[in-house]
Write a protein of this length. Structure first.
Length: 219
């Protein structure tokens, strides 16, 4: 299972990279805005800076919503670095753009996916990744994990190579549930990844080991 971090913060990306478990990064316009990244040149430079930190795919989302504009914007994004994955919204022109990019060897991430039917379309168009948003489904009292299960079943039925990138992951239980179902990738905040470290028995066990060592090794 690949771990992506869902942020545009270079500090958090570096921290996850230093932990040694990071496989990629996803961003979106909201995350870029949160870091105050504005203006085309700054945006392009920021994506390049992310690519220099992480060894893996970096999703950069198009702002355009028409086929022609998405193609132009996506091709420009893809030129920044070979790690760039063009993130395209699940709309009619987005599906056409994903088909266009996939025929030209440009990696894509179909975002804002909330149903199995949308995921099936993304796979048919040749998306590299499909991003079902589990947290946002949970937010409206709909079990996001059911969607991951449905997509896993459909993709396995037909051997689609599109990778299921469970997005909008919010906490460590989401990560574990995705791992049990067999999502190929999860993307979430650094806090969700770091929370996997925690167990009180680890803390108390380590404290006792160190205390016992200190008893017989006192100066
Ligand atoms: C996915 O690629 C999105 O950037 C992201 O996971 C959305 O997460 P949120 O619902 O926590 O904003």
């Amino acid at each position: 299972m690949k771990f992506f971090i869902d942020t545009a913060s270079l500090k958090e990306i570096q921290e996850a990279q230093d932990l040694g478990v990071l496989d990629g990064v996803t961003t979106n316009p909201s995350l870029m805005a949160k870091e105050g990244i504005a203006g085309k040149n700054n945006v392009m430079r920021h994506y390049k800076a992310i690519c220099e930190i992480v060894d893996g795919d970096v999703s950069a989302e198009v702002i355009s919503t028409t086929f022609e504009e998405m193609i132009a914007e996506g091709e420009e994004l893809a030129e920044i670095d070979e790690q760039i994955v063009v993130k395209v919204p699940m709309i009619k022109d987005g599906i056409k753009a994903i088909k266009y990019f996939s025929e030209r060897g440009i990696k894509t991430n179909c975002t804002l996916v909330f149903s199995a039917g949308q995921a099936l379309l993304a796979a048919k168009a040749g998306a590299t990744y499909v991003s079902p948003f589990v947290g946002r489904l949970d937010d409206i009292s709909t079990d996001g994990m059911n969607l991951i299960e449905d997509i896993r079943l459909i993709y396995d039925n037909y051997g689609f190579e599109t990778q299921i990138l469970a997005a909008s992951v919010r906490h460590p239980m989401h990560i574990l549930q995705c791992a049990k179902i067999g999502a190929d990738v999860m993307t979430g905040p650094l806090s969700a990844i770091m929370a996997l470290l925690n167990h009180p028995l680890t803390d108390s066990g380590l404290a006792k080991f160190l205390a016992d060592y200190a008893k017989v090794n006192a100066k």
